[in-house]
Ligand binder design. Sequence first.
Ligand SMILES: [Fe+2]
Ligand SMILES: [Fe+2]
Length: 266
Amino acid sequence: MRILFIGDIVAKVGRKTVQHELPALIEKYKIDFVIANGENATHGKGMIYHHYQELLNYGIDAITLGNHYDDKSEIEKYLDAATEVVRPLNIKKDFPGVGSAVFKSEDGTTIRITNLLGQAFLEMDVENPFLSFEVFLKTIEPANIHIVDFHGEATAEKQAFGLAFARQVSAVIGTHTHVQTRDYRIIDDFTGYISDVGMTGPNNGVLGTDKEGVISKMFNREKSHFSYDKKDDGLFSAVVLDIDEATGACQSIFPIYSVVKASELR
Ligand SMILES: [Fe+2]
Ligand SMILES: [Fe+2]
């Protein structure tokens, strides 16, 4: 089956870019199931209920999160009932929702999706993702397909994870850096891998935020306010995965990277 994995959707421009691009991509590439990282969906940080619903309406089947999973406190109220959302598995604090869930595609194929947070350069209080995932794998019922969203800053940590769990999961998709890497490949003839799938959001800033705030922070080395241009061009970043549902092996992985002009986003 064919799965589309969309990189971190940032703010309104990101959501509108999904709306603009997704229906045609599903048609063109005959996509069976759509996963997206939604940790930045609401003004760049977190995801409120309304935007969760909006993303589902655009054709997304499952949403993963990341270090911004709890930035909008509203999520604590709706997450337990939000069966399409998977938040990081290895957080230490008691939080609603689940870190891994099994979804079903229209043809009955079961797809497990797991979300993990890396430890390198991320100031988060999390369990070691390698150790916790190793333990977790022993506790779960097998599904046809298992996709891991490894949300981390360092390519080395993500590569090590992909190599460590090759042949145990169908794909390891890196998220969080908002910059798509060129190292997509299949590890050990089984596990689809990319260090970072990239971002879906405002294209002319820095990682989705307006350039002014970031540049000022770099010059002055002090905190500055980040904002999100509501009229920017929209970058769409994703990967397409072909996975054999009988074996769980990834047969091909290729990236999608396109820009939609601001005038086409409404
Ligand atoms: Fe992100
Ligand atoms: Fe992140």
